[in-house]
Design a protein around this ligand. Structure first.
Ligand code: HEC
Ligand code: HEC
Length: 335
């Protein structure tokens, strides 16, 4: 209501030739980000502060196939809200075929230092530039995207509300999308309520917690709470000879072959299939991998190499899976 009145005033002022300069568009409304208790301070780029209008625009762009060459694929086509913004298929369908890696879940991104499985993008803004022009994903050209948005009946006004009276360009598009992505926060799982003394674990979940956080199961070295990632790159022994170079494609270092960013385990119940190539369908298969299924090669992470096989009992394997499911937040399963 309030904004409507302001916009109307602006229009009236522009319409009359009174010699008064046209009213500037109203400034966007700052968004109050609530940082969950126990989480580190997030890093938001100073040139892209969160605003209500920027976030709303980003959410709309994220779901709009206008960013793709044939208007069939949006970001949301491969990052499905019902799967914590990942894809239940091992590889995602883009305009030019299938991606070569598993889509990644999107939340708690304001605590990530690098993006993609191999960390090749340094910011969310940089990350969002890539899928639009990737032939397999959206196959579009940024200049054409900007032209389509300029011609659109609604987008020009939405960009003005979010960023002021400046021409639409790719930089503003990715800023809006990044703002939206930064508001996707998951910190209200059963585990979080348990930490706060507001929920009880079953004995099995508690056993899983202990296995996870001790040498017995040894997950915590890489999947570090509260984000359940260390934001580092490791080779967790998936292959004798990694077919995907991973981090080595960027660094050229032979020991970086098959290293990938440690994924968060929050909402992992909703993000099957697992690993950079979606090779495991279930969490039970993942636990078997860490128990006795991983390869010991010169590339395997020392944390895994130094220890003997875990030899977890069937009950302990179930306990780890039960604990992992306490990291779910049902909001990230809603279509
Ligand atoms: C065709 C499917 C597809 C489309 C369309 C797509 N993505 Fe992705 N996304 C992926 C895949 C696959 C990866 C992992 C790729 C890799 O690591 O090489 C990924 C990775 C990401 C990441 C990195 C997350 C992290 O934790 O590092 C972000 C952020 C992201 N996508 C956002 C977007 C946005 C924003 C759009 C729209 C502009 C988009 N994606 C469009 C499939 C897709
Ligand atoms: C040496 C570090 C390290 C240790 C220890 C470790 N992980 Fe991982 N984990 C990773 C990395 C790296 C990946 C991604 C590997 C890839 O895709 O190539 C991963 C992937 C996963 C995934 C798949 C998530 C997804 O979204 O695809 C699950 C689930 C998982 N780990 C659970 C565990 C459990 C449970 C333990 C303990 C039994 C554990 N991890 C121990 C580093 C580690």
């Amino acid at each position: 209501m309030k904004f409507g009145a302001l916009i109307l005033l602006g229009l009236v002022a522009c319409g009359k030739d009174t010699g008064v300069p046209p009213a500037l568009p109203p400034a966007p409304t700052p968004y109050e980000l609530v940082v969950p208790a126990g989480f580190p301070a997030p890093a938001i780029p100073p040139d892209n502060p969160l605003t209500i209008e920027g976030i709303a625009l980003g959410e709309r762009l994220f779901a709009d196939p206008i960013l793709s060459v044939d208007s069939t694929i949006a970001c949301i086509s491969c990052h499905l809200p019902a799967h914590a913004f990942s894809d239940p298929r091992s590889f995602s369908q883009g305009v030019g075929g299938l991606t070569s890696r598993n889509s990644m879940p999107l939340f708690n991104l304001l605590w990530s230092r690098s993006f993609f499985w191999d960390g090749r993008a340094a910011s969310l803004e940089d990350q969002a530039l890539e899928p639009v022009e990737m032939p397999v994903e959206m196959g579009e050209d940024w200049d054409r995207v900007v032209a389509k948005l300029e011609r659109h009946p609604e987008y020009p006004a939405l960009f003005t509300r979010a960023f002021g009276d400046v021409p639409i360009d790719r930089r503003l598009v990715v800023r809006a999308i990044a703002q939206f992505e930064r508001t996707l926060i998951s910190a209200a799982s059963k585990y979080d309520r348990w930490l706060a003394g507001q929920a009880e674990f079953t004995p099995e979940e508690e056993r899983g917690f202990v296995l996870f956080h001790t040498e017995e199961g040894d997950c915590f070295h890489c999947h570090v709470a509260p984000l359940f990632t260390d934001n580092e790159f490791h080779n967790n022994g998936l292959d004798l000879d990694p077919p995907d170079e991973g981090l080595a494609a960027l660094t050229g270092k032979r020991l970086d072959r098959g290293k990938f960013k440690t994924p968060t385990l929050r909402n992992v119940e909703y993000t099957a299939p697992y690993m950079h190539d979606g090779r495991f369908q279930t969490l039970e298969e993942v636990v078997v991998h860490y128990d006795s299924g991983f390869h010991r090669t010169a590339l395997t992470d020392p944390l895994l190499l130094v220890r003997p096989n875990l030899d977890l009992t069937p009950a302990d394997k179930r306990a780890i899976v039960a604990f992992l499911k306490t990291l779910s937040e049902p909001q990230f399963q809603v279509p």
